[in-house]
Structure formats: C-alpha cells, structure tokens
Ligand binder design. Sequence first.
Ligand code: GLA
Length: 347
Amino acid sequence: MRSAPGRVNLIGEHTDYAGGLVLPFAIGLRTTATAEANGRDVVRIRSREQPDEVVEVHLADIDDGRVEGWSAYVAGVVAVLRRRGHDVGGTDISVAGDVPPGAGLASSAALECAVAATLSDAFALELTDDEIAAVAHAAENDVVGVPCGVMDQLVSVHALAGHALLIDCATSQLEHIPFEPHAQGFDVLVVDTLVRHSLADGAYAERQRWFFEADDDSDVHRRATRHVQSENERVRAATEALRSADWQRLGQLLVASHESLRDNLDVSCPELELAVETLLRNGAIGARLTGAGFGGSVVGLVPYTQADAVVAALGDAFGRVGLARPVVRQVTSGAGLGAESTDSRPT
Ligand code: GLA
C-alpha cells in the first residue's frame, strides 16, 4: 500500500507548462492505493467511494488507450508502465482518496502517483521517485489527455513536511524552502468554493495556446506572457520573503499573483473573487486562487487569532448571495510519497 498527497500551490500558477517557477507544498490529504497481481489479462479497479462497483479493463484495451472516466487515471498509469517496457500484468487495484476532486488540490496527481508507486512495489519495478512522477505525468498527458505541467506530480512525490518545494520546471531542479507559518502566528486556510472544474474541458489547454500558439502581437498572447514573466518574478520574491520571514511581503505577492491570474489570464470566477475579497477584508494578509482556477479553491494566509472570524465571515458572505457555505480547511505542509515512511524533517 502506498499513499501520495494532494498539494496547495502557494505561488507560481500557470507557469509550470511554460517552463517557469512554482512553489507548492504537499498537504495532509492523501490518496492510498493497493495493487495485487491477479494472474489474468484484466485490471480490476475498485474505489472506497463505490465499493460495489468494480471497473474491469482488459490489458488489450489499456494498451490501445481505450480507457475512460475516473478509472483512466488508474489504467493510464498501467498503460504508461507497459509502454515503457515494464512487466505489469493483470492486477487488482484499490484506491481510497481524501483529496477532493476538482477542488484545485491536485487529486489526480495524488491518485496517479499512489498507483504508480504501489504497482512498482507489486511488480518489483524499483521505480525511483522521479520515475514515479514521470509515469504519473505521462498518464495524465498521454492517456487521460490533460496537458498539465509537472508541478503536481513532482510535489506529490518529493515534498517534505515543514517545507514548500521550489521547482524550476525548465530543469526540474528542486529546492526545499522552510515553510512553517504557524510558528510565525499564521494559519494557511484553503477555501474550497465547491465550484467544480475539469481540466479536461478545454479552458486549461486554451490558456496554454494563448502562451504558445497565439499570434505574438495578439492581446491574449501579450497577456499570457505578461502573466508568466511577472509570476516567475513573484515566485523568486516569495522565496526570498520566506527565507527572511517577511510574511507581509509574501501576502502582498499572493494578492498580486491573484490579480494577474484574474486580469491577464482570465482564470478566476465570481466565487473565487468572493472568497479572496472576504479573506482580505477580514484580516488575511494574502489570498489567491490556487490550482488551475475556473473554480476550486483559494489559499489565504490568516493570523491565527482571526481564523475563526474569517471562517464565519466566509459562510456569511457566501450565504448572502445564495451560495453554499464553502469548505474551509486549515492546512499544514506535509510529506510527499518519497518521505511518507520516514521522519521527513531534515535536521
Ligand atoms: C493544474 C495543472 C498543473 C498547473 C496548474 C496551474 O493544477 O495540473 O500542472 O499547470 O494547474 O498552475
């Protein structure tokens, strides 16, 4: 059995696919997977959420990429391993996820990484953490069909508790940056607006086309480029702010990141705006949408003496406009897959 975490991206949004900088951290919500060879030519997939439903896929269909729905994230990992020459045959795979899907917390990366790791154990593949991240990323890109960057899989595998992970997505170079807001008097709140998005629905891929394919002198290309360049600067500045424990500066950078995502990249929505505004009006020193946007969650940095009041204010603000009360989670930075069985704090 192996488990891999979801993540919150502190800053560095919509930059990974452009070879930019990102600064996510893993959270305590995880997905667990077990795998056992069944000696047949089928993969059987069971989830804790639907214990009576077993999805059965023939290896021939997996090899041809004929997989769909949520089980594609699982079968996709099997497909990629087999394409890469690993001896993975019929298997019974069970998964149990605590990372809410569609909330901007990288539930799919947690699922793919946990499945890749448990298959590595079950078939004695001895995959390294980097190989697990690469297989998980390829499953999402090539089989599920979402052209995501490398951030989510890398942080799910490599995160250390008490740290954020600075990733240079051009080189995959990693640096663990101490991140312990609670010790400095802050809570990190993740506000799930419950507006669900699917990265497969096209808007995410469209933002990549703005950056890579649109005419150089088009408005959308200029805006996407402005976002990526300025966001990379903000990630550098945020890393410095963390190193010098300048939390106010970090908060300002989160707000600037959000404004660029909203104004340049157009990936916010009214519910995300309401969450950010309410957080900032009630004492948060910084807040921004986290993940791809179009719904999902906001991350806010809140003095912990004010956390309860902020949670109440969010419920009131959403209720006033007829929206369901958002789910607010206080998160801390947790361990990735590779550190799950060890004390993950370096000394
Ligand atoms: C999703 C993708 C990531 C990244 C973010 C936006 O989470 O999976 O690769 O592009 O969106 O920063």
